[in-house]
Design a protein around this ligand. Structure first.
Ligand SMILES: *Cc1c(COP(=O)(O)O)cnc(C)c1O
Length: 496
């Protein structure tokens, strides 16, 4: 059965999966959604015997129906290879009575690697399928994590170039070091003398610059985005929920068909939406537990039915969840309206103009599968130390938000369904917050000394991704004003 994609905001045109991946966003500003969610028509007994790559093929082939078997398998094998430090790709660790699904074994030790290691291959395959002759230029503004994961994914992928802009004084020293040491002949990393918003605004302007697009086209290039709303990032994320369930069945922890709760530390709502899609496919997911930090827009939304972004932006120890507009929530809203794009567009317009929207009681009633809560900074610290002192397992602050929210859920519901927590980053990525939560003995140590201390404490070796940047040479040292970003792009591409 062919699956097509259409916008959440009214444009009725239906496009193939490969076109949706190439376009990223619909012309009306909406997000592409599958016209129907395909069924996972593979018996669990079979899935339980499959490798990560085989599972990925079963799940992704149901959604990306215009890719041939050969194309898709080639994308999968190039993405999930020795860039990951375990053959399991997404291993499970049991601690404190729950299962932690470790999504941080890729190149940048955070969960964005799960999708960004395959997106470049999906994109170049999609370009070939649609007779796009131009080379694809990925432009990204980053506040740290996404930029590095995109660089690692696109580095040396034939037919692509990637240019990443970051605020020179707005990322952590480790994050900066990770980016400016990036290898790959097709990668460029540029610091800008403004903040993240300046970089983001300038990138959006460059994307909308028709004249520049024509100049690029003449030179054989076209822009694309590795943004988390691309369906090519969402679909690969469904895979690991199916794989986690099948792994637990194989290991005899759950029986095929039994319910499984999923807890997801949430920012842009992409990861938890993938779990929701897995459930719609037929995976026996029970509750979808949405965990927020102090930027608790989603918690308030689940409780009141009003999404209200008009509030103070709080910097927390889980920075990848410091978000006030969860873009991917639009795909859920669209389903709650009964796939009514006009209604969905109205709500999104109300959000962009008035800063809020409220869903109807009827829509709210369909949210029964979700449970939302949040952790304060203090509760997050507590979850890190409780997990370590309870079971010798060190988790990062994002995962700790999820662990803390799960405890609140347990107290409120007494639901003893087996539960998986999506573990989205290695504690080695956030050593400062992690070690501070465990003891006050580590004050004053630099980031690498902290990594060594963490290794001693946890018995887990310092990951390759951290070891590498200790000594790696700086390969990118360009810094420009935000206003000069368009000229910088042209210069990098050799266009005058
Ligand atoms: C991006 C990110 C999240 C949030 O995921 P969303 O899909 O945006 O909800 C959580 N934790 C980490 C470590 C991340 O990098």
């Amino acid at each position: 059965m062919q699956v097509l994609y259409q916008s959440t905001r009214g444009k009725e045109e239906k496009v193939t999966a490969s076109m949706a991946i190439l376009k990223g966003l619909s012309e009306d500003g909406g997000l592409f959604v599958p016209t129907s969610i395909p069924k996972l028509d593979v018996p669990m007994e079979k899935l339980a015997q499959m490798s990560y790559q085989e599972t990925a093929y079963e799940v992704m082939s149901r959604f990306l129906t215009d890719f041939t078997e050969e194309e898709l398998k080639s994308c999968i094998s190039r993405a999930y290879d020795s860039k990951f430090d375990t053959q399991k790709i997404a291993p499970i660790r049991e601690a404190n009575g729950v299962y932690f699904l470790e999504l941080f074994h890729g190149a940048t030790i955070a969960f964005k690697d799960m999708a960004l290691s395959i997106l470049p291959h999906l994109m170049t395959t999609a370009a070939r399928k649609n007779q796009v002759k131009n080379e694809i230029v990925i432009l990204t503004a980053t506040s740290g994590d996404t930029g590095k994961a995109a660089l690692a994914g696109f580095a040396d992928v034939p037919g692509t170039k990637i240019i990443v802009f970051y605020p020179k004084h707005g990322v952590s020293p480790i994050q900066e070091k990770q980016m400016v040491t990036q290898k790959g002949a097709n990668t460029s990393v540029v610091g800008i003398t403004g903040n993240f918003d300046d970089a983001q605004t300038a990138v959006k302007k460059i994307f909308n610059d028709r004249e520049l697009a024509q100049e690029l086209d003449r030179a054989g290039y076209q822009f694309s985005s590795a943004n988390s709303i691309n369906i090519g990032r969402l679909v690969p994320q469904i895979v690991y929920y199916v794989y986690a369930y099948a792994t637990l069945v194989r290991e005899g922890k759950i029986k095929a068909g039994e319910g499984l709760n999923v807890v997801v530390p949430t920012g842009n709502f992409g990861n938890i939406l993938a779990a929701y899609y897995a459930k719609q496919m037929g995976l026996p997911v029970n509750k979808l537990i949405c965990a927020s930090n102090e930027n608790k827009v989603l918690y308030d939304f689940f409780h009141t039915g009003t999404y209200d972004r008009k509030r103070e932006f709080i910097l927390t120890s889980s920075p990848s969840m410091d978000i006030l507009i969860s873009s991917n929530l639009e795909r859920l809203i669209y389903r709650l309206t009964g796939n009514d794009a006009v209604k969905c567009a109205e709500l999104m317009q109300s959000l962009s103009q008035g800063g809020e929207y409220t869903i109807t009681e009827e829509m709210k009633a369909q949210l029964a599968d979700f449970y939302g809560n949040y952790c304060s900074e203090g509760e997050t610290k507590e979850a890190i130390s409780a997990t370590f002192y309870g079971s010798d397992y060190v988790i990062d602050p994002h995962t700790a938000v999820a662990a803390g929210v799960y405890q609140k859920y347990l107290r409120a519901s007494e639901d003893n369904t087996p539960t998986v927590i999506a573990s989205t980053a290695s504690p080695y990525k956030f050593t400062r917050s992690v070690m501070d939560a465990l003891s006050d003995r580590y004050e004053g140590l630099d980031d690498f000394a902290l990594a060594d201390a963490l290794s001693k404490l946890s018995g887990v070796p310092v990951p390759q991704a951290v070891e590498e940047i200790r000594t790696a040479p700086v390969l990118h040292d360009r810094v420009v004003d935000a206003a000069d970003m368009p000229a910088t792009v042209k210069n990098i591409l050799g266009i005058e």
